[in-house]
Design a protein around this ligand. Structure first.
Ligand SMILES: Cc1ncc(COP(=O)(O)O)c(C=O)c1O
Length: 450
């Protein structure tokens, strides 16, 4: 009986994997936008008696499949979604069969893969020895984890112990780039801190925090900076900031959700000088590194502080070495870091460098071609992001983005940056080829003339 059930599961698993393979083989031929007309068929009513697995997969594959956005393919340029590298998505399939909880007793081999992947990332990003952290669901949770750690560490240095709560705690200051990502602000709120009292620091015309506008810092201050502005890709002047933080005893946090990987692109690496002097860093696997959703990484140069904030214990738990649940918010968690391990192993150091250098190369070309079409790209190409607007016709930009989306040729969205209306293109899929960029540019040119 048992073998029979497992045999059925194996059969269903192969069916799902084969359908996934077919989807990927055809993604270049389909429109990038999702087909929504038949989505209501996904609710056939909850059956009293369950459906057989093949019928479930048929429904998912047909109606669900056509309702997907083609972000796994090379003509998706929206947000910074990224695709999934072959080794990473195959690892996802294997992991889903293993169904491990990443901890010492419940998933020793996947825990090892996570540990190894974290160490490789620390090495690749040239972060200080001893830096460690945890895989989270994404950069938002990684930011939240580290802001809680920073909050607790600053407060305990001021004599307010962990666990004492925020009522009656000494006030902390937050100094942040005016263009810090919205999810960092959400993380500030989730950490129980005030966004109303943030001391904002102006940015320059590239979206970089202006160092000379940073207020006097002290040991009650948490400084929020970013490596990778969502519109321009720009990196804050981290070295100068880190020096100021060090002198004042302030905590420097760097949100590098997609941008931190650019450190591995030879022409871009000097922008990251001083990165190793920060206290905490966030980077995603699921964006630039092209692992499947969802995987972010919280890294801290004071892992003992991260552990002091996140550790968990219960009478029924055996005394094991501290694991991911002692450094991340979740208790039970998937082994998402194993996909990152597979991605990094399949790419190698050179592969990661080639990947990010390729994104930059495409972005440089896109900016050049857009300028030739009469668009203004008001920033240097710092990495993979391109913001463009049409001088004198800014309102047309949202319509151009909508037309390109509707054509199914490519996908990117409208945006407003530094008071200007435009659209934003992000290169973050490992499969994006020159021919995909040709089609993107042709679609924009056609939409502009429309
Ligand atoms: C700079 C930056 N920080 C944080 C985030 C949030 O990342 P996630 O969606 O992985 O939570 C994003 C997402 O686009 C981002 O671009």
């Amino acid at each position: 009986m048992e073998n029979n059930l497992l045999g059925l599961q194996a059969e269903a698993f192969s069916d799902g994997a084969n359908r996934g393979a077919r989807y990927l083989q055809q993604i270049g031929l389909r429109k990038v936008n999702a087909e929504l007309a038949r989505l209501s068929q996904l609710d056939p009513g909850l059956p009293e008696e369950g459906m057989d697995v093949t019928s479930v997969l048929d429904l998912m594959d047909s109606i669900g499949g056509e309702g997907t956005v083609g972000s796994a393919g090379g003509r998706y340029f929206g947000y910074v979604i990224g695709g999934a590298l072959p080794a990473a998505s195959a690892a996802r399939a294997l992991l889903s069969a293993w169904d491990q909880v990443a901890d010492e007793l419940t998933g020793p081999s996947v825990l090892e893969m996570e540990k190894v992947a974290l160490a490789w990332i620390v090495d690749l990003l040239e972060l200080p020895k001893g830096t460690s952290g945890a895989f989270t669901t994404g950069a938002t949770m990684a930011n939240m984890t580290l802001l809680v750690t920073a909050r607790d560490t600053l407060l305990s240095r001021l004599g307010h112990p962990r666990g004492a709560g925020l009522i009656g705690a000494p006030g902390l200051r937050i100094v942040a780039s005016a263009e810090i990502h919205a999810t960092v602000l959400k993380s500030v709120r989730m950490a129980g801190l005030s966004t109303n009292d943030i001391e904002w620091v102006e940015v320059d015309d590239q979206g970089r925090l202006c160092l000379d506008q940073v207020p006097e810092l002290d040991d009650r201050t948490l400084v929020l900076s970013q490596a990778g502005n969502v519109c321009s890709g720009a990196v804050d002047p981290i070295q100068g900031l880190a020096q100021k933080c060090k002198e004042a005893g302030a905590w420097l946090h760097v949100d590098g959700a997609f941008g931190l990987w650019a450190r591995l692109a030879e022409p871009l690496s000097q922008k990251f000088a001083g990165l190793e002097m920060a206290d905490s860093w966030v980077v995603d696997s699921h964006k630039t590194l092209n692992t499947p959703y969802d995987a972010g990484i919280a890294l801290c140069r004071h892992p003992e502080e991260m552990q002091a904030s996140m550790a968990i214990g219960a009478s029924y738990l055996p005394a094991t070495k501290p694991g991911p649940s002692d450094r991340a918010p979740e208790f039970s968690r998937s082994a998402r870091g194993a996909e990152t391990w597979a991605a990094l192993l399949s790419l190698g150091r050179k592969g990661v460098s080639d990947l990010v250098t390729g994104f930059h190369r495409h972005a440089v070309r896109i900016a050049r071609e857009l300028r030739a079409l009469g668009f203004d790209v008001p920033h240097e190409i710092h990495f993979n992001q391109v913001f463009a607007t049409l001088p004198g016709k800014e309102d047309a930009c949202a319509r151009i983005a909508a037309d390109v989306q509707a054509s199914g040729e490519a996908w990117f969205g409208p945006a407003v940056w530094q008071g200007r209306k435009g659209f934003r293109i992000s290169v973050s899929n490992w499969t994006t080829a020159d021919s995909d960029v040709d089609r993107l540019i042709a679609a924009i040119a056609a939409a502009k003339e429309h």
